[in-house]
Design a protein around this ligand. Sequence first.
Ligand code: ADP
Length: 607
Amino acid sequence: MNWMTVAWPMVTATCLTLALIHLRIATGESRRAAHLFFTFSAIAVAAISVLEAGILQSQDLATCQKLLRWSSLPVVVMVASILGFVGSFFGTGRPVLAYASITLLTIAHLVNFFSNAPAVRGAAALRHAETFGNIKYTLPVITRGPWTYAEIAAVVLAIAFVADASWAVWKRGERQRALIVGGSIVFFFLVSRGHTMLVEEGIVHSPYFVSFAFLAVIFAMGHELSGEVFRATRLSRELQESERRMDLAAQSANLGFWTWHLAKDEIWVSETTRELFETAPTEKINFARFVASLHPDDREQVTQAITHAIDSGSEYEKSYRIHLPRGGERWIVARGKVELSPQGKPLRMRGVLMDVSAQKLAEAELLQLRQQLAHAGRVSMMGQLASALAHELNQPLGAILRNAEAAELFLQAPQPDLQELRAIIGDIRNDDQRASQVIDRLRSLLKRQDIDLLPLQIPTLLDEVLALSRADATARGIRLEMASSPELPAIRGDRVHLQQVLLNLIINAMDAFHGLEREEKVVKVTSSHNDPGGVEIRVADNASGLPEKRESAIFEPFFTTKAHGMGMGLPISRTIVEAHGGTLSASNGENGGAVFSICIPAAQGLE
Ligand code: ADP
């Protein structure tokens, strides 16, 4: 055994192994063409290597000529598949150069293969030579035919194609790839063709080394291709990882995925989607099957929304109910997008869906709760109205009762004073009318209807209120005082409502003297200018002052310190004042009693 008997078979074996590996990869999805071209070039180089080894060992001229002729075929396949590889792997280059090269080479070698006289090259005689290590081998004396120049032209075109394609890749920024694949192909084309020429010119006496030169090219191509394979493997691992993460996220968000291939009418769904629809893992789903799972009331709407999305290329979003095979239903919200082909034809629809039954239930509960609240609100408003009425009517009813009692007393006299009786009856009528006004106004206020705002002069308002409460004050031994600053601006207000507020404050002040010993019991009602340009009405007493530590609670509904109080007077008064754009506040005065202050803005242009 010598190195020559080992070298060529090794080249053959290496090429065949690589060819097999890439043939296997080519059956996968990615870069199919590049792997196939690589496989063919590797097989071709293996075949060239077998033939070269055969020539070296050939004993007679006829065998050598035969082997030389047969080498035409793998040479054409090798060049064609290397060019094919470059074209498909780089995706660049001018195809015309490649086709011209392959056509020229194919014709030259076909002629060489079929003609009796050598068209490209042939063996005229055999020479026996010896190389280092005293290894004997046979060398053909080559005669060249006219088609040799066609072969040279084909090689030049091939080099031009590869150089051009590599230059484009270099410019794209993939310099290493351009250099390794493009550079090595150009280099070894030149080396191998140059060496062949030197051998054929008789300048160099050595065997052909075409297969050795192209073994390097095969390695370069294989290196880049396997780099791709490694990258693809890494990417697929990363993809799996990201898919796992996505699955986890989708599962925790209860998100299901779906893809509908429109042409095949096949719907792929994720595991979560299957669980949501309760479909068997093996069951095939198409659009009709999907529609059948929908609630009958939702079928048309959903179908319409999907058809519209496909026709218009817009997004689809819909919530619908589905019937579950094991009974019951589920609310689903789904979103989807149509994917179009480069020609704008809808290919598939892809989307997500989610179970929103819990939210829908909560929404329904919320609606029910809202209705209950609205009902409760109405009930409480009625309660408020009733309390307010009872409170506000107390005063006129009390006055009516007192006047009726007084009338009875007058009637017991032998000669009843008819004039006095008439006055009493007049008062009763007035109080009665006021009571009915109170009812109307309060009702409208609680219904949040607009109050009846009219220009009002403060002194007149205060006079009316004092006239209403004077009798009560006298009966309780309380002095009512009134003082108004001159030239107060007019305000816009509802007379009856504001009378009601002031009466409340005055009666509260008088009530505050209950059980108290005072030399002088005084309730002072004063009105004055207030910043900016408004009016302040104060009701001050010298009684007990506001309930200790509950100063702010007095405006809360139902807060009362009185045995028969209702705690509605102040909250209603504050509502009324605020409806006039003013404020009602309370504090303790300097002389120990309470001071209530009403601030109301002046009516524009009415001073
Ligand atoms: P009611 O008069 O039915 O108690 P109000 O809302 O009118 O309801 O008053 C609430 C509470 O405010 C009273 O019970 C009393 O404790 C306190 N209050 C009101 N006016 C005065 C005042 N002038 N002096 C002391 N306390 C007062």
